[in-house]
Write a protein that binds this ligand. Structure first.
Ligand code: PEP
Ligand code: MG
Length: 598
């Protein structure tokens, strides 16, 4: 990696900002270098002793993880202790432990070498899979392997729990067990060489609300403990050894950002209403139940997309109906009287739960995912529907099916829902008889027949993440075609207009819950197109609300019409960007070629 600007001692780097905020401080370089492993042969009479040494290292690793878990479960979310459980389960894995023992025995080599070989093979098998969940699992295996290797070689892992207060951690990578130890106040920011938006460490940084930048290849070779550093998580910028002028500039940016955040909290309880009186419903997307309190802090008017996949991940078995129910009921009660839209399982394709019997597919994004998978695995689907219906007795719960591509799927799903309702009635279990049943519009075929679907769905919610992927034939996970992923592409805008129109004619609400809904850059265009129900990461709610409160519906309409007249995505993007920067200079600016806050 080379910095994109280097003057004297200071260097400026550009990575991926995964958690917002600006921090100026000193580096603590975390030793997470790989343990170097040498091969040596073990004589036959010492093979069993070598296997015992390996088993002891595995046990020590389990104890260490257990210890971290016990110390941390009180002040971190359950999902994170689940990560530790996943690490512990990896240590029970026959593939990893069993194969290493086999390798020691058959090749008569030292445990470190045998483990390294097995790890390499194991990890390689993940490389061909472009799936975020599998990538996380691969990282888990790497971290666990590293821990066992360290225990075998007697090299200690430096603990983040023992760091001085107020440091910015720079590391090649951070294991979830590292980030779990980042108590608020102790580590005030971090920078890593690897990682992406959906990595565990990024999720953790966001929940701790500390700025973080990832993807800065080889930064550990350039930074040293004690170096001064600026981390700008808003723009993904890291400045090593800043000079006085830059430090002053960033102190000013930091002040402005903090002021901006404080200002945002002031509008928390105010309605998302335009100057000319149009009300917009801003709800939150929920990925983990731990986000519930945060959602309320950001002033969400309900949950517009309750992703239920987390219930199936990081565990060796399926969640029971009761588990589903407890989670949904808690959300319904907490958010009441606001609506909670629970999306039925969107597993398959890019989201994989290891224990579910999923088929191997050469084209998983177009395969047996979401509603298709649920219609195949009906027991699992029924258990979830039962739980949703039971929870509907405790708040304004609604159900939503993902990836509907035609009327048949909607009808089939509804038949099962009716059947489940009949069972509950027979059992005398209370539920909301007229529970609204909506569908996600995220497949072009569904958009094209939105008028037909609108007759049998209670509401639509547009999933732009997939709708754009399928409309423009761009894999949403593939960084090589990421530049073509354009929300303002004329084809996307026309599709959105069509969906809104179909909903309006049939008199059903049309919302949006894809990432596009939470991007402040697009909120005026969306309002102008007729979207008055937006669901987003709770963190984005005040940002979008601030803009909506300052605009008029009339100007949103005019901007949307301008966009509808554009022939290319580039033209539309330029128009919108120019307009938004001029109109909302406090909220949107363009620096270094990218849109960012402040
Ligand atoms: C979407 O596709 O826009 C969406 C919200 O669903 P997911 O990102 O979970 O596929
Ligand atoms: Mg989707």
């Amino acid at each position: 990696m080379s910095p994109y600007e280097e003057i004297g001692h200071r260097s400026i780097f550009k990575g991926i900002g995964v958690s917002p905020g600006i921090m100026i401080g000193h580096i603590h370089l975390l030793d997470r270098q790989r343990v170097s492993v040498r091969r040596h042969e073990v004589s036959e009479d010492l093979v069993e002793a070598e296997i015992s040494r390996f088993k002891r290292a595995v046990e020590t690793s389990k104890d260490q993880l257990e210890d971290i878990k016990n110390r941390l479960t009180h002040d971190v979310g359950k999902d994170l202790s689940n990560i530790l459980i996943a690490h512990m389960l990896t240590l029970e894995d026959k593939m990893l432990v069993g194969k290493t023992i086999e390798e020691i025995r058959s090749s008569r080599v030292n445990a470190e070498w045998a483990l390294k070989k097995v790890l390499e093979k194991y990890i390689q098998s993940f490389d061909a899979i472009a799936d975020e969940e599998m990538k996380k699992w691969k990282t888990d295996i790497e971290h666990v392997g590293e821990r066992v290797l360290r225990n075998l070689s007697g090299q200690q892992m430096e603990s983040l729990g023992e760091l001085p207060d107020g440091v910015i951690v720079v590391a090649h990578d951070l294991a979830p067990s590292d980030t779990l130890q980042m108590k608020k106040g102790r580590v005030v920011g971090f920078v890593t060489e690897v990682g992406g938006r959906t990595s565990h460490t990024a999720i953790m940084a966001r929940s701790l609300e500390i700025p973080a930048v990832v993807g800065l290849d080889r930064i550990t070779t350039l930074a040293e403990t004690g170096d001064s550093v600026i981390v700008d998580g808003n723009r993904g910028i890291v400045i090593l050894r800043p000079d006085e002028a830059l430090r002053i500039e960033y102190e000013e940016r930091q002040r402005r950002y903090r002021y901006y955040e404080r200002e945002l909290t002031k509008i928390r309880d105010l309605p998302a209403q335009t100057q000319d009186g149009t009300l917009i419903h801003l709800a939150a997307n929920l990925e983990l139940p731990e986000e519930l309190p945060t959602i309320l802090e950001y002033g969400a008017a309900g949950i517009g997309l309750f992703r239920t996949e987390f219930l199936f991940m990081n565990r060796p078995d399926l969640p029971s109906e009761e588990e589903h129910f407890q989670v949904y009921r808690a959300a319904a009660e907490r958010l009441s009287p606001h609506p909670v839209i629970i999306r039925t399982l969107d597993m398959g394709g890019d989201k994989v739960a290891s224990h579910l019997a999923q088929v191997e597919e050469s084209n998983p994004a177009l395969g047996l995912r979401a509603i298709r998978f649920c219609l195949r695995e009906q027991d699992l689907f029924r258990a979830q529907l039962r739980a949703i219906l039971r929870a509907s007795h405790f708040g304004d719960v609604r159900v939503m099916y993902p990836m509907i591509s035609g009327l048949r799927e909607l009808r089939e799903a509804n038949l099962i829902l009716e059947d489940v309702k009949r069972d509950l009635r027979r059992e005398g279990v209370p539920f909301r008889e007229e529970i609204p049943v909506g569908i996600m519009i995220e497949v072009p075929s569904a958009a094209l027949i939105a008028d037909i679907l609108a007759k049998e769905a209670s509401f639509f919610s547009v999933g732009t993440n997939d709708l754009i992927q399928y409309s423009l034939a761009i894999d949403r996970m593939n960084e090589h075609v990421a530049y073509l992923y354009e929300p303002l592409h004329p084809a996307v805008i026309r599709t959105l207009q069509m969906i809104v129109e179909a909903g309006r004619r049939q008199g059903i609400p049309v919302g949006m819950c894809g990432e596009m809904a939470g991007d402040p850059l697009y909120c005026l265009v969306l309002l102008g197109l007729g979207f008055q129900d937006l669901s987003m990461l709770s963190f984005s709610i005040p940002r979008v609300k601030k803009i909506l409160r300052a605009c008029t519906y009339a100007e949103a309409r005019a901007l949307a019409e301008e966009v509808l007249r554009c022939d290319t995505a580039t033209e539309a993007h330029e128009q919108v960007l120019k307009y938004m920067i001029r109109r909302f200079p406090e909220d949107i600016s363009e620096e270094g070629g990218q849109v960012c806050l402040l």
